[in-house]
Ligand binder design. Structure first.
Ligand code: MG
Ligand code: ZN
Length: 216
């Protein structure tokens, strides 16, 4: 059983201000927070699990698992040796800064250098709410198709990193990585793009090097 925290929507007049405050507080504590976003079923937990496996001997990692229900992802993450808390979002389809703060308060962050918020699976409104994370990372998996940047431009525009995942599935899907990169860079010329496979570990080293470089 994982620790589960029930959250309600934050009642605040300024999510942006709360987010900025949380970002500064975490930086002072030396905790680098990533907001990880994707559509449901695109493999956020799998990507995280593989990342934790590779980095857990180098850095202490914590994961805040946001979900409408269940604690399966938090249990999976804890088995890998990272600290994890599950938050239930009471039907909310995104996390805001106040919810992220309350979730993190349910965890002992002593010694933690890298924290992930696994946001609710949804490519629309998580893009509209600053969570207080230092970097926004999104996942697009090969089976979802290379036309997603055209359908969800805001998500691609506000992310610092795009992980194109499940590249091992490329032979079975019509996904043009170069065309996808071009579409995304047109929306967001500063975004970093890492094609990865958690399965074969192809490309994981570049993503993990980026994470380690960005720690405080
Ligand atoms: Mg998950
Ligand atoms: Zn929402």
């Amino acid at each position: 059983m994982a620790k589960v925290i029930e959250l309600n929507k934050s009642i605040t007049d300024s999510n942006d201000r709360d987010a900025q405050k949380l970002r500064e507080e975490l930086k002072q504590k030396g905790v680098f927070l990533i907001n990880l976003m994707s559509s449901p079923g695109s493999g956020k937990t799998t990507l995280l699990s593989s990342t934790i496996e590779d980095l857990k001997d180098k850095v202490n990692i914590a994961v805040l698992e946001a979900d409408i229900d269940s604690d399966v992802d938090a249990v999976k993450i804890e088995k890998l040796g990272a600290k994890s808390v599950q938050v239930h979002t009471d039907g909310m389809c995104h996390m805001d800064a106040g919810m992220t703060k309350r979730g993190l308060e349910g965890m002992d962050l002593t010694g933690i250098k890298l924290a992930f918020l696994e946001n609710v699976g949804n490519l629309i409104c998580p893009a509209e709410f600053d969570t207080g994370a230092h970097k926004n990372v999104m996942i697009l998996s090969v089976p979802e198709g290379d036309d997603k940047p055209l359908k969800y431009p805001l998500m691609f525009s506000m992310s610092d990193v795009l992980l194109i995942t499940k590249t091992d599935a490329k032979p079975y899907f019509d996904f043009d990585i170069e065309a996808c990169k071009e579409r995304v860079l047109r929306l967001n010329p500063k975004i970093k793009i890492f094609p990865v496979s958690a399965e074969t570990k192809e490309g994981m080293d570049a993503w993990e090097a980026w994470l380690l470089e960005n720690l405080f």
